[in-house]
Design a protein around this ligand. Structure first.
Ligand SMILES: [Zn+2]
Length: 318
């Protein structure tokens, strides 16, 4: 028997999923801050375990490598790649032949630093739908990458320092790999660099990069987390700033991020990928979380059985 309550996915004896408050037993779909807490026992992929312990130090973890089923109080739990950041996973829970899939943050297509998500079929789907509005249709990834490289090259040609703002876990490593693949050296904020070392430990190479101090040699870009403006002492040369975010689809994104440019490089599924994922999983019931309420209507208009995952109502799924 499964229940959802305010984002908690529970089953006696209790497993909370992606709850950012300490739990006796918590599944962590990936290591972004809004999904983790210092649980008494954390369940996650081995890669997420490294990132989790990088942040919180040595803690009790039960690892669930992709595709390896684990018996958990009468339920079989299996993780599947979510294509979001290093170690990101979807969770499939099976009980008496019924299958529930929780996606967590995901992206169907591959990026330079994350493989494509592989959602399995399920009877019930709980889907994260951040960009569940038809205006969020991202251009092809190769085109977004080309735009980013072009802006950075233009800045370098003009004698400026290109500074890319990207989330420290996931996006910053992807930006780094895109730039180093284009022959541009990267200097990373120390918080980004520390996470990049975990990527390297897991075999994800990022090319020629180092930690940023004060000097920026020629043909180098700087990668900083958002809001690191004051923390990083940037050189006095002219700076061209770029935000790498899915929200760049919004015309005012650059102004909101206080940058010169914004490129729609996202590690989430866009509207079309969300719909594709729902079709692929083929569930008889679909619960949407974290996205616009209108996404539920969009799915219903397409004949897909969707409803909003209630925040306050406890809902029995079996
Ligand atoms: Zn995330």
């Amino acid at each position: 028997m499964f229940y959802f309550d305010r984002g908690l996915f529970l089953r006696t004896p209790g497993l909370a999923v992606d709850v950012p408050r300490r739990q006796p037993q918590g599944f962590i779909s990936h290591a972004h801050t809004d999904h983790v807490a210092r649980h008494e026992l954390a369940l996650c992929t081995p890669e997420t375990a490294l990132l989790y312990q990088h942040r919180f130090g040595q803690r009790d973890v039960r690892t669930l490598p992709y595709g390896e089923p684990l018996q958990w109080g009468g339920v079989t739990l299996t993780t599947f790649p979510a294509g979001h950041c290093l170690g990101s996973a979807m969770l499939l829970a099976e009980e008496r032949g019924r299958r529930l899939l929780y996606t967590g943050d995901f992206k169907l297509s591959a990026s330079r630093t994350a493989g494509a998500a592989k959602p399995p079929r399920a009877d019930i789907l709980v889907i994260e739908s951040t960009f569940g509005d038809p205006r969020y249709r991202f251009p092809k990834r190769a085109a977004v990458e080309a735009t980013l490289v072009e802006i950075v090259r233009d800045a370098l040609r003009a004698g400026a320092v290109p500074v890319v703002y990207a989330y420290a876990l996931g996006k910053a490593q992807e930006v780094t790999r895109i730039l180093t693949d284009a022959g541009i050296g990267v200097l990373q904020h120390k918080s980004v660099f520390a996470i990049s070392r975990v990527y390297a430990e897991c075999g994800v190479e990022l090319g020629k990069h180092d930690v940023f101090h004060h000097q920026v040699p020629e043909n180098h870009a700087v990668v900083l987390p958002p809001r690191a403006h004051q923390a990083a002492s940037l050189p006095r040369r002219k700076i061209v700033s770029i935000a790498a975010t899915g929200w760049a689809i919004d015309p005012r994104a650059a102004r909101r991020w206080c940058t010169d440019h914004a490129v729609p490089l996202s590690d989430h599924a866009d509207f079309d990928e969300l719909v594709q994922a729902v079709r692929q999983v083929g569930a008889e019931r679909v619960y949407c979380t974290h996205g616009p309420e209108s996404f539920v209507e969009c799915l219903c208009d397409l004949g897909l059985p969707a409803e909003r995952l209630g925040k306050r109502v406890q809902m029995r799924l079996f």
